[in-house]
Design a protein around this ligand. Structure first.
Ligand code: ZN
Length: 464
């Protein structure tokens, strides 16, 4: 009897092993094969932009939904942290998962959820926006705390000689933000003399991924200055003269976002300490990555008017490390850039959008959400939308005209003064603080990002 039982056990074990073998062999397929089969079944082109080598899909057939290629793709691709991006109904790209990018339909769901949950009356709206502001500010302050401890508190900005042009002047500046590290930029100011006690509005301009030396940026700064604004352009971390000290690679690290915040705060501190600046007219305006930074850093209540350009979206948070290395949408149990912008209610908010990037839905998605919020504050007239359905992701002339119009309206200025034909385009060398190739960098300057932590510690000690 015992022998029979043992025999049965052996048979059962073999059957089980056999079943398992068959089960796996039958149901496991390579990712390549699954993609080929889906492509054929749904007669759809699937362009693979991910690594599929050695990737296997367990229980592959059970993941397919005969009525939906998108549900099928989703069931398969999430196993590998991949996703699909629809190009048209017969063409999809397969890409790595991107935490900052979702589908427009998901943006709609988030906007509907947030609006229904928080923005039906003034009291809940205020509570929600206070929470978003506090949590995002806390994240910002925590992230840059160590940097601010090392910040050179008393470093006087160094200003170069003013260059005089038609209706405006340009002056380069550098500030030692951390020991041995300099923030460089240019200040464009109106050339008229100030009357007794007169103060001017200021606009800080994080330039996104286009260096401040380019024509479009020089034109914008000069036009603002001709309107009566003190306009400040400054290097993005890892771009321009920042790259001389930290290398371009720093831009692909969390330091890019941390230092960009810190630099903006230091610039704002400096500007508000000046006698000629009006603290009731303080603007922030950048495009693309600079637009995301405008919404993030615009949380600082000292900014009285902000204008994100080609950036505001409920389903795209900004993908570069200088915007997204720190995952802000986790704040307040899940928020989005629309709410970051809405923190400004009831202060003036401008939104510049176009038809060919993630701002394409502003007129029917993000815009109405902002209108609903501003309406609760009786401040719908403080919202300014500039949508260009036939344009793409750039800061071209029409969009520059939009930001001239916005700041003219909210700061009470004459927009006809914003005449770009009066611009004198300066060669790049003119806008540099440290000469071509950094030949004029001081001996004690940081010259690589690896040097920064050790160097900053030593300098911080010596400064105590
Ligand atoms: Zn960036």
């Amino acid at each position: 009897m015992k022998r029979i039982l043992t025999g049965l056990l052996v048979v059962c074990t073999c059957l089980t092993a056999h079943a398992q073998y068959n089960y796996e062999a039958t149901h496991r397929k390579s990712l390549d094969q699954v993609i080929r089969e889906l492509s054929a079944r749904f007669e759809t082109r699937l362009k693979v932009e991910v690594d599929t080598v050695g990737k296997w899909v367990p229980q592959a057939d059970s993941r397919i939904r005969p009525y939906s290629i998108e549900e099928s793709l989703n069931n398969v691709l999430t196993l590998f942290n991949y996703k699909f991006v629809k190009q048209n109904p017969r063409y999809y790209k397969i890409k790595p998962y991107e935490p900052h990018r979702r589908l427009p339909e998901e943006g709609r769901k988030l906007v509907d959820y947030l609006t229904a949950t928080h923005y039906q009356n003034r009291q809940t709206a205020e509570e929600r926006l206070d929470r978003v502001e506090q949590e995002v500010s806390a994240i910002i302050n925590r992230e840059i705390l160590n940097l601010r401890v090392l910040t050179v508190q008393d470093a006087e900005p160094v200003l170069t000689k003013k260059r005089k042009y038609n209706g405006y002047t340009v002056q380069n500046f550098r500030i030692e933000t951390l020991p041995g590290l300099y923030l460089c930029g240019s200040i464009y100011a109106p050339s008229q003399k100030l009357k007794e006690g007169e103060r001017l509005p200021v606009v800080l301009s994080p330039d996104g991924h286009t260096p401040r030396y380019l024509h479009d940026n020089q034109a914008r700064m000069a036009a603002w200055a001709r309107m009566g604004i003190i306009a400040v352009a400054y290097d993005l971390v890892g771009y321009g003269e920042s790259a001389l000290q930290l290398g371009e690679q720093v831009h692909h690290s969390v330091l890019a976002q941390q230092m960009q915040w810190m630099n903006t705060q230091i610039l704002l501190d400096w500007m508000l300490s000046r006698e000629d600046i009006d603290p009731t007219r303080v603007g922030l305006c950048g495009a693309s990555g600079g637009g995301t930074q405008t919404m993030q850093m615009g949380i600082d209540p000292r900014f009285t008017a902000i204008c994100p350009v080609i950036s505001l979206s409920a389903y795209f948070d900004g993908g570069c490390p200088c915007e997204s290395a720190i995952y802000l949408p986790a704040a307040a149990d899940g928020c989005c850039n629309v709410e970051l912008a809405a923190v400004h209610a009831p202060r003036p908010l401008g939104v510049v959008s176009d038809g060919k990037d993630w701002t394409a839905h502003v007129p029917e998605l993000e815009g109405p959400m902002l209108q609903q919020i501003y309406k609760l504050y009786n401040a719908e007239d403080q919202l300014y939308f500039y949508h260009f359905p036939n344009e793409g992701h750039d800061f071209g002339y029409n969009k520059r005209k939009a930001v001239y119009d916005f700041f003219a309206r909210v700061f009470g200025l004459d927009v006809t003064r914003a005449d770009e034909t009066k611009l004198t385009l300066e060669p790049m060398e003119e806008l540099l603080l440290f000469g071509k190739g950094g030949s004029l960098l001081p001996a004690e300057a940081v010259r690589s990002v690896e040097e920064l932590p050790r160097y900053a510690r030593e300098r911080a000690k010596s400064l105590r």
